[in-house]
Design a protein around this ligand. Structure first.
Ligand SMILES: Nc1ncnc2c1ncn2[C@@H]1O[C@H](COP(=O)(O)OP(=O)(O)OP(=O)(O)O)[C@@H](O)[C@H]1O
Length: 305
């Protein structure tokens, strides 16, 4: 940098504006990453941010052809993401329109709905299904709804209150809806007969497609857990993030579901997230981001050596 350039007020002003501009872009990107809790969505948004950064760098370096190619890719990706994430976008815009900015941060901390003793009803039903060796598969959404496209077949819509009796009835082998999974969304039985994607992995040779279906959906969607009752052995399992936790007693299942719901929040009953909590959350995310970057850098330097 020449001394003449550093004293030029116009150059200083443009440098300041550019720095603020870049800072704001990073702040917006960072806030978006904090808001998104879902793993797959997070990867997609991270990929998009990397593409945008590459486009900005190619423009800054005056690489015209690369800039045109990357710019078209960014536009195409933005359209594709708007289609893929349409329900998330809708919720985001609705909350923004209602001025519920702080609720956006609260979205990813929701757990299994505890209201009306839903967990008790589910655990009671599972216990009896297990004792009677009636096979069952129950997906419980955590927080925002699962995209129906994550299911192989979305099943039959029910929208009924969760009760021990209803769950037991659905899984009786003579009923029309016993095949497939029951979907529990916001304390309601949203659907039955849902066919789930199978996991590529095989947990054990004794476990068939019901267990692989539970692993498959929780591998794809982080915001759900899946309970399996084996028809053959009556054993109870809980799939979470593609991992089967089994065999479980009904009290252990209750404990695990309650642990997953410790952050549960009914938007109407819980106060909105406070500024202090928000600051703490952003601080924690920043720390984990910095530690990830440093871990990545140290492992990269180790590989070089
Ligand atoms: N992809 C799927 N989505 C939802 N439900 C499924 C899926 N695949 C199988 N099921 C359910 O599992 C039942 C078959 O279970 P299968 O015997 O293959 O599994 P399993 O893991 O060995 O369980 P079990 O111990 O109960 O026999 C089917 O009748 C169906 O109700």
């Amino acid at each position: 940098m020449s001394s003449g350039q550093s004293q030029d007020p116009a150059w200083l002003e443009s440098w300041l504006v550019n720095s603020i501009d870049i800072g704001l872009v990073f702040a917006v990107a960072y806030i978006v990453l904090v808001i998104i809790g879902e793993r797959r969505t997070l990867w997609m948004v991270r990929g998009f941010i990397v593409l945008m950064l590459a486009t900005a760098i190619s423009n800054w370096a005056n690489l015209r052809l690369l800039y045109i190619a990357l710019n078209s890719l960014v536009t195409g990706s933005a359209v594709a993401m708007a289609v893929i994430l349409q329900s998330e976008f809708r919720q985001f815009l609705e909350k923004l329109g209602r001025g519920e900015v702080l609720q956006l941060f609260a979205a990813s901390r929701k757990g299994i709905p505890e209201s009306d003793g839903v967990i008790d009803q589910i655990v009671e039903a599972v216990k009896e299904l297990s004792q009677n060796r009636t096979g069952a598969l129950i997906i419980i959404e955590i927080g925002s709804p699962i995209d129906e496209r994550d299911f192989s077949v979305p099943g039959v819509r029910l929208n009924a209150e969760v009760s021990r009796e209803l769950l037991q009835t659905i899984f009786q082998p003579k009923t029309l809806l016993h095949d497939g999974a029951v979907l529990i969304r916001a304390s309601r039985v949203a659907a039955a007969g849902v066919i789930l994607p199978l996991s590529e992995r095989i947990a054990s040779r004794q476990l068939g497609t019901r267990h692989r279906a539970a692993m498959g959906i929780t591998e794809r969607v982080a915001k759900c857990v899946c309970i399996v009752v084996s028809e053959e052995t009556g054993s109870i399992s809980l799939a979470d993030k593609g991992v089967l936790n089994r065999p479980l007693t009904s009290s252990k299942l209750k404990e695990l579901l309650e642990a997953r719901s410790f952050l549960a929040g009914d938007d109407k009953t819980k106060p909105p997230i406070s500024i202090d909590t928000l600051k703490r959350r952003i601080g924690l995310k920043r720390l984990s981001f910095i530690s990830k970057v440093f871990r990545f850098r140290s492992s990269a330097s180790r590989e070089k050596k």
